[in-house]
Design a protein around this ligand. Sequence first.
Ligand code: TXA
Ligand code: MG
Length: 320
Amino acid sequence: MTEIGKDINKAKQLLEKGELVGIPTETVYGLAGNALDPSAVGKIFETKNRPSFDPLIVHTGSVEQISAYTTEILPELAVLAEQFWPGPLTLLLPKKSIVPDLVTSGLDQVAVRVPSHPLTRELLLSLDFPLAAPSANPFGYISPTCASHVVDQLDGKISYVLDGGSCQIGLESTIVGVEEGQITIYRLGGVEVSEIKKAVGNVLILPQSSSNPKSPGMLKSHYAPRIPFVVGDLSQLVPHYLSKGEKIGVLSFDIAYDDVAPEHQRILSKTGDFREAAQNLFAAMRYLDKQDVSVILSGEMPEKGLGKAVNDRLRRAAAR
Ligand code: TXA
Ligand code: MG
């Protein structure tokens, strides 16, 4: 049985013993362990069923603490660190040898992030080691955005989840690094591309929906519900699948479908608000995945702002 609670001290004690704890962040919940302890890091890979070629993000409580784990904050990226930390940004930086190779899957760069969630910041600031934390879901499944999502899937595999409520952003962090002198976005996420461009000028965006050796975790199929998931134009998909006699679930950005039972549809934001839609995305996918439907049909959001990151998750959920 996994316990859910708000006891930072308990989380701290478990982590100090080398155990794993579910932690809230503003993006998604993480499955956290001592990043400097290879045995704790090994437990993370095991618990998530995650292949060892997919490296982990290292979380600290402050920008100052990061210097213990990286040789430098690359000057090109310093302005991003200053502007977006604490927050939904991950930077790829040259690693110091104190970070176990297991964390970075042998790469010479380490992904680091200072999350802004107050409970987790307090926890991080109280620890004398950083936390390695991937999203707290089994590898390939939908990321968790509240404590009960974590328990839904990892019940019994960890003893404690620190409950910080629903994640405010609801999408993972934006991952940024430097590739041949060019500032590069490896994963779209909570910080919008336009915000990054405003801070640093032009950036390269790596192809998102492909298996990319430069960002080993960006597998094409990810975030996948159990029930078949189809993304496209709902005004065509809904009548088409209904005419085939399928029992459909619908994930829509802003409008309801009269021909579909209300309990089989989820609307991300009735007012078309991008932040609200991103916040609701993973919970809506999880909800529909539990319904008695044969297929989940999903629309896309307008391809701008957070809509880009949401569409990326939807497309990868649909890829098999
Ligand atoms: O918002 C987030 O980033 C959440 C919360 C918990 O902080 N964490 C998260 O972790 O999304 P995870 O493990 O689900 O995704 C981390 C991604 C993977 O795609 C991985 O390949 C990439 O970061 N990554 C980690 N270290 C890397 C490195 N050294 N070089 C390139 N990519 C790296
Ligand atoms: Mg993940």
